[in-house]
Design a protein around this ligand. Structure first.
Ligand code: SF4
Length: 302
């Protein structure tokens, strides 16, 4: 574990530099035009979990056009939601978002809650997403700390990598660093920096915080020690995506038909169907879960 930095925070100039950089940078993100709409904020934050912003942007806009309100999303069949999710992967998030919309309409009168605790009680909403929605849509002064934010804080404040600091150190530093007058804008600026500049291999020459960064001053920039994401090609994630894509074309279907249309071997398709069934993304008969080619697989009803 790394010791805390002697001086607690970047300077006022560095903070302003980050906000100025982000205001110019964020123009291309459609969710930045909807920051006071709690429903759109919830959708964007769930989509941005684990998916690059450039891939999210067009799908986010099409999703909101298809489901313009939380009531519309709650009333939609699960298959429609999964179809609108095409291209984002990690379909469990779509199921959770759909369940959250239904819970909000059923239990909260259709009002997305602004309190962190109430947000965390929703399906698929963890501490990061709850803090992001509360700060962006409701102005609640709470820091949202995901792996990208933790990476920025570890480097900037502690001079190391994110796996060299504890969650408590990251949370405390993020809280001390938060701009309490503009928490939503601030959180998004830090997230965007972590996504687009302070990457696994940091682009320090383009970073507005370069002059205040302990990591860069130590000479470690450009030599990341964190692990890269495993390759997508040939992964279980890719096969799950192929199963969902096959069902978008024809649901219900059979294990054999999915294997034939996707080109993946039946054993890989079976593994993917078992995982998707467990996550509530598809329904599968015991035969399909047992690997029988005639076993039926479908998007859930309702
Ligand atoms: S200077 Fe480099 S390491 Fe430091 S916050 Fe910026 S991009 Fe990350």
């Amino acid at each position: 574990m790394l010791p805390p930095r002697p001086e607690p925070n970047p300077t006022r100039e560095a903070r302003e530099a980050l906000l100025v950089w982000d205001r110019a940078h964020r123009v291309g993100y459609p969710w930045r035009r909807t920051e006071w709409d709690p429903y759109a904020t919830l959708v964007s934050e769930v989509m941005l979990q684990q998916t690059q912003a450039s891939r999210v942007a067009p799908i986010f806009e099409a999703f909101l056009a298809r489901f313009p309100s939380i009531e519309a999303l709650a009333a939609a069949p699960r298959g429609d939601v999964l179809t609108a999710w095409a291209g984002l992967g990690y379909h469990r998030r779509a199921v959770a978002l759909h369940e959250a919309a239904r819970a909000i309409v059923r239990d909260l009168g259709g009002r997305v809650p602004g309190e962190v605790a109430a947000l965390r009680a929703l399906p698929g909403v963890g501490p990061y997403t709850a803090a992001a929605v509360a700060s962006i849509a409701f102005g609640v002064p709470v820091a949202s700390v995901d792996t990208n934010v933790r990476k920025v804080i570890a480097r900037l404040v502690f001079g190391g990598e994110r796996d060299e600091i504890t969650a408590r150190q990251a949370d405390d530093a993020a809280d001390a660093w938060l701009d309490r007058d503009r928490p939503g804008e601030w959180n998004q600026a830090v997230m965007n920096l972590g996504r687009d500049v302070c990457r696994t291999r940091p682009r320090c020459e383009a970073c507005p915080l370069a002059g205040a960064c302990r990591f860069r001053a130590s000479g470690r920039d450009g030599r990341p020690s964190v692990k890269r994401q495993p390759a997508f090609e040939g992964s279980a994630r890719q096969v799950r995506g192929a199963v969902v894509a096959a069902l978008r074309d024809r649901s219900p279907s059979t294990l054999g038909a999915i294997a034939a249309s996707s080109g993946w071997p039946a054993d890989r398709v079976t593994e993917a169907v078992i995982a998707l069934h467990r996550d509530g993304v598809v329904e599968a008969t015991p035969a399909a879960l047992g690997g029988h080619l005639r076993g039926r697989v479908a998007f859930p009803e309702g």
